[in-house]
Write a new protein. Structure first.
Length: 393
C-alpha cells in the first residue's frame, strides 16, 4: 500500500537544512572535479573524506558510532544531492551507508561496531560489499566462494573469486559472503568482515566501466584468506538473509541516486531549451520539446515520491518489523528506468551538444545506465514485486 500511515512525506526543517547543506557542499566540492574524475577514473578520496566529516558516510548511524543520527528520508535527500553533482560519489556513499553501515548496525556485535562501523561511518575507512561472483549475479544463492573452519575453531580459510565489487580497488573492509555448509543451500551461506590487508586477498583487474567511473570497481581474489571467527557477521548460515536484508536498503539508495542523476539531466535540459534558439525562437517554444519536458518532469517527480515512500517504509519497519522489500523494489525499478528515459531525452534536447563531453548530459546518460543493473536488475525487481503481490514464495 502506497503512503501508509506513519511518518509524513512533508520534509521537516531538519531535512531541509540537511538537503541545502549537502547541495551547497556538492556544488562547491564535487561539481568542479566530477568530469575530471570521470575521465581519469581516479577514486575521489579527498571529497569522500570531507563527506565523512559531514556525517554523509553514516547518515543513519547513531552519533555514538560516529554517524549523523538521522533518518532514512534524510539519507535519501543527501544521496539525491550528491548524485546530482556526480553519480560516482553517490555510489560510494550508498555502499557505505546502505550496506556496510546497516549490516554492522543490524547484525554486528558491539566489538564489530566499534572496530569497523565507527571508522566507516566517519569516512576514515572505505567499505565494500562482496556478494557477486563471475557465475553468480542475480542468483545470489549460487555462490562458489568457500569458507572452511580450521581444526582449532579460531579461523575460517576463505577461497574464491568475487566480481564487480564497488570500491574493491580501495576498500579497507570487505563484507564478504561465502559458503560454509555446501549441503545446506541458502542456509549454508555466512557473512564475514575481512580486513583488506589480510594475506591472500588480492585485488584483481579494475573494470573499465561505461559510467560511475570514479567509484572504482574490481575483482577480489581470496586465496586461503584467514578470517577470525570474531569477524563472522551475524550467525553462521545467516549470510543469505543478511545479504537480502541489506539489498532492500541498498535499492533505496540506488533509487535516490537515479533521482539525483535524472534531476541533474532534467534541469540541464530545461535550461538549454530556454536558451537555445532555432528558427528564430527558443526551442522550448516548440511543442515537441514541451512534451518532452512534461514527460521528464512527471517521471522525475513520480520517482522521487516512490523513493521517499520506500524510505518511509524502511523507517516504519523499525517499529513494525515488517519488510519493505516491495516498496524498495518499486522505487528502484521506476527511478532507474525514469533516469534512463530522462537522460536520453536530455541528450536529445541538447542535440549534437548532448553527445559532446563539453556538456555534462552525456555523463548523466552513461551514469544512469548502471542503475537498472546493480543492486538487482530491473528484471529481478519485477519478479520481486510480482511475487509479493501474488503472495508467492
Amino acid at each position: 500500500m502506497i503512503l501508509q500511515t506513519g511518518p509524513s512525506l512533508d520534509l521537516s526543517e531538519e531535512h531541509i537544512m540537511l538537503r541545502d547543506a549537502v547541495r551547497a557542499f556538492a556544488r562547491r566540492e564535487i561539481v568542479p572535479i566530477a568530469a575530471a574524475h570521470d575521465e581519469s577514473g581516479e577514486f575521489p578520496s579527498d571529497t569522500i573524506r570531507k563527506m565523512g566529516e559531514m556525517g554523509l558516510m553514516g547518515v543513519e548511524v547513531p552519533e555514538e558510532y560516529g554517524g549523523a543520527g538521522m533518518d532514512t528520508v534524510a539519507y535519501v535527500l543527501a544521496v539525491i544531492e550528491i548524485a546530482k553533482a556526480d553519480a560516482a560519489h553517490a555510489t560510494i556513499m550508498s555502499v557505505n551507508n546502505s550496506l556496510i553501515d546497516l549490516g554492522l548496525l543490524l547484525f554486528g556485535t558491539e566489538d564489530q561496531r566499534q572496530r569497523c562501523l565507527v571508522p566507516v561511518a566517519t569516512g576514515q575507512r572505505i567499505g565494500a560489499y562482496s556478494l557477486t561472483e563471475p557465475a553468480s549475479g542475480s542468483d545470489a544463492a549460487a555462490l562458489r566462494a568457500r569458507a572452511v573452519l580450521n581444526e582449532a575453531g579460531t579461523h575460517y580459510l576463505i577461497n574464491g573469486v568475487k566480481s564487480w565489487v564497488s570500491g574493491g580497488p580501495v576498500a579497507d573492509l570487505i563484507m564478504l559472503f561465502a559458503v560454509t555448509d555446501p549441503d545446506a543451500g541458502r542456509r549454508g551461506i555466512t557473512a564475514f568482515l575481512v580486513e583488506a590487508d589480510t594475506p591472500g586477498l588480492v585485488r584483481g583487474k579494475q573494470e573499465p566501466k561505461l559510467g560511475i567511473r570514479a567509484s572504482a570497481t574490481s575483482e577480489l581474489l581470496f586465496e586461503d584468506v584467514a578470517c577470525p571467527v570474531e569477524n563472522v557477521l551475524g550467525e553462521p548460515g545467516q549470510g543469505y538473509k543478511i545479504a537480502l536484508t541489506l539489498l532492500d536498503a541498498g535499492r533505496i539508495g540506488i533509487a535516490a541516486q537515479a533521482v539525483g542523476i535524472a534531476e541533474a539531466a532534467y534541469e540541464a535540459a530545461v535550461e538549454y531549451a530556454r536558451q537555445r534558439e532555432a528558427f528564430g525562437q527558443p526551442i522550448g517554444q516548440f511543442q515537441m520539446i514541451q512534451h518532452k519536458i512534461a514527460d521528464m518532469k512527471t517521471r522525475l517527480e513520480a520517482a522521487r515520491l516512490l523513493t521517499i515512500n520506500a524510505a518511509l517504509a524502511k523507517m516504519r519497519s523499525k517499529t513494525t518489523g515488517q519488510r519493505y522489500t516491495t516498496e524498495a523494489s518499486m522505487a528502484k525499478l521506476f527511478a532507474s528506468e525514469a533516469a534512463l528515459f530522462i537522460t536520453n531525452e536530455a541528450v536529445q534536447i541538447h542535440g549534437a551538444m548532448g553527445y559532446s563531453k563539453e556538456m555534462p548530459v552525456e555523463r548523466y546518460f552513461r551514469d544512469a545506465r548502471i542503475t537498472t543493473i546493480y543492486e538487482g536488475t530491473s528484471e529481478i525487481q519485477r519478479v520481486v514485486i510480482a511475487r509479493s503481490e501474488l503472495q508467492l514464495r
